[in-house]
Ligand binder design. Structure first.
Ligand code: ADP
Ligand code: MG
Length: 292
């Protein structure tokens, strides 16, 4: 690998792959690490919703799991740290500005009695401008954002992580050390190849993988009742078997989800039972089983 450290050659910490992904030794613990741990210490389970690929439905699934879990009485936090494509606030219909405590910690917005939401886009001054900060600045901003939210007691924190296997998901994985990854894929081969990379990334940085969720799977056509495969089928299950990871569920392609996301009205808020909401419910049951 180009970035791999050659034996005997000097190591450039910023680009060296081995140093970059190696879990930090106690001696080089970042001074913020304890603050992050303290800030997240009132949260029982932390999930990182990840994918090697953008556009596979990470944010839609984070949102749906969060709403679904809150409807079952779990105290849930939903946090969007996808610096380049934060979409949770839009999908949840949650507006700025946010309030801060006297000691400058951000107070998440309440979606309902059980669900609180915060997005890194609250920190971006102009949401239409691309983020072009250098790597270390981005990593620092992500760490600071994770540290400075006042969650209170939560059963679950769902973090919509940045896509890929670069510095951004790495900084999230290193900041939230006891998080478990929920890896999202679509069934088709090109997505699966990227997701395999994502799984290897989790293993390399010692991030426990809770399981895989396959999104945009087959759905039943409301007009003719035929099963429609938009992105093929079965790829998530094959990948889960191959990588020896639990398959947490297969979510169908749901045409109404696109409108719901754009309208800031999460599908599950409607409370009508759909193929998609039933699949999310089954996924939540499976996640709960994996935790026990
Ligand atoms: P990511 O966060 O991985 O980039 P998003 O959650 O933003 O992906 O989803 C990308 C697009 O796909 C959005 O327009 C969303 O509405 C749509 N989408 C996601 N999941 C589904 C699904 N199961 N059925 C139909 N559309 C979906
Ligand atoms: Mg997203």
């Amino acid at each position: 690998m180009a970035n791999e450290r050659q034996s005997g050659s000097p190591c450039d910490k910023e680009t060296c792959e081995s140093c970059r992904t190696k879990p930090s030794a106690p001696a080089d613990r970042d001074i913020d690490t304890e603050r992050i741990e303290r800030s997240l210490s009132t949260i029982r389970y932390k999930f990182l919703v990840m994918s090697g690929k953008g556009g596979v439905g990470k944010s839609s699934i984070s949102t749906s799991l969060a709403v679904g879990m809150s409807q079952k009485g779990m105290r849930v936090g939903l946090m969007d740290v996808d610096l380049h494509g934060p979409s949770i606030a839009t999908m949840m219909g949650i507006e700025q500005p946010i309030s801060v405590t006297p000691d400058q910690r951000m107070i998440p917005k309440s979606y309902n009695d059980y669900l609180k939401v915060i997005s890194i886009d609250y920190l971006l001054q102009d949401k239409d401008q691309p983020v072009i900060w250098r790597g270390p600045v981005k990593m620092g901003a992500i760490r600071q954002f994770i540290t400075d939210v006042q969650w209170g007691e939560l059963d679950v924190l769902i973090i919509d992580a940045p896509p890929g296997t670069g510095d951004e998901p790495l900084s999230v994985a290193q900041a939230v050390k006891d998080a478990k990854a929920i890896v999202v894929t679509t069934p088709q081969d090109v997505a699966l190849a990227d997701v395999r990379k994502s799984i290897n990334f989790c293993r390399k940085v010692d991030l426990q993988i809770l399981g895989i969720v396959e999104n945009m799977g087959p759905f039943t056509c409301p007009c003719c009742g035929e099963t429609v495969e938009v992105f093929k089928s079965g790829g998530g299950k094959a990948l889960a078997d191959q990588m020896n990871i639990p398959l947490l569920g297969t979510l169908p392609f749901e045409p109404k989800l696109v409108k719901a996301c754009d309208a800031g009205r999460p599908m599950l808020s409607e409370k009508t039972s759909t193929e998609f909401s039933r699949a999310i419910d089954a996924c939540i049951v499976r996640i709960t089983e994996e935790l026990s």
